[in-house]
Write a protein that binds this ligand. Structure first.
Ligand code: GN1
Ligand code: CA
Length: 209
């Protein structure tokens, strides 16, 4: 193998004959590569740590957000439930809801049905007196599709009635097939009016307590 070509080179370059010994001790270039490798491993590890921390933070933030969203949703649901129930009043044995807007008889009934109730059926004097605190409210009594017989929304026929004076009268030849409580504070307070008229309404929900 090449020993030394020039004198200068012999001063500068390593004698290959001695190379195995030098390798055993570890050459400077090998040391350099090793350091590079250590540095690379170190940097990679550092990067991995940073990535892990970032992941942890983002995961925690997401979980916190999800928990906050859940609490928010629960609160909204509670609020909604409260809003839908706070206008119900209890009068044994039922809960009553008095609307704050007006609708036709059928639309009013549909609203009650959506609330798990139906238009009020008055089957006691107490119930009539209690319902009489309102004016112009639909009740669950109709002639519609009943072959001329007054019937409650549960299909039972009318036995005890509380018609106002002169009612029912199909006023001025109009078809007045639905019933409202018309006269405030009078026991005989019912009036027949056209089912398409706009009125407030009373829903009744019977619940076993
Ligand atoms: C009449 O005038 P008013 O609205 O109080 C009528 C009722 C009718 C109603 C129709 C004594 O009541 O029977 O259903 O119009 N009252 C009388 O709008 O005839
Ligand atoms: Ca009438």
């Amino acid at each position: 193998m090449a020993r030394v070509l020039h004198k200068e080179q012999s001063e500068i370059h390593v004698d290959y004959v001695n190379a195995p010994n030098q390798l055993a001790r570890g050459s400077p270039s090998k040391n350099h590569t090793g350091r590079k490798l250590y540095r690379l491993v170190g940097v990679s590890f550092g990067l991995l740590c940073i990535l892990q921390i970032a992941l942890n933070i983002s995961l925690r933030l997401t979980l916190c957000e999800t928990a906050a969203e859940k609490t928010n949703k629960q609160q909204q649901q509670q609020q909604k439930t409260h809003q839908t129930h706070h206008r119900w009043v209890y009068f044994r044995p039922s809960f009553y809801y008095i609307s704050s807007i007006k609708k036709s008889w059928q639309d009013s009934r549909d609203d009650c049905l959506r609330r798990g109730a139906d238009l009020v059926i008055i089957n006691s004097r107490e119930e009539q007196v209690e319902s009489d605190n309102v004016m112009n409210c639909w009740i669950g009594l109709t002639l519609r599709e009943t072959k001329g017989e007054w019937k409650w929304v549960d299909g039972t026929p009318l036995t005890k009635s509380y018609w106002g004076s002169g009612e029912p009268n199909d006023y001025e030849g109009k078809t007045e097939d639905c019933v409202e409580i018309k006269f405030h504070d009078e026991e005989n307070s019912w009036n027949d009016i056209p089912c398409g008229d706009q009125n407030f309404w009373i829903c009744e929900k019977t619940v076993a307590l």
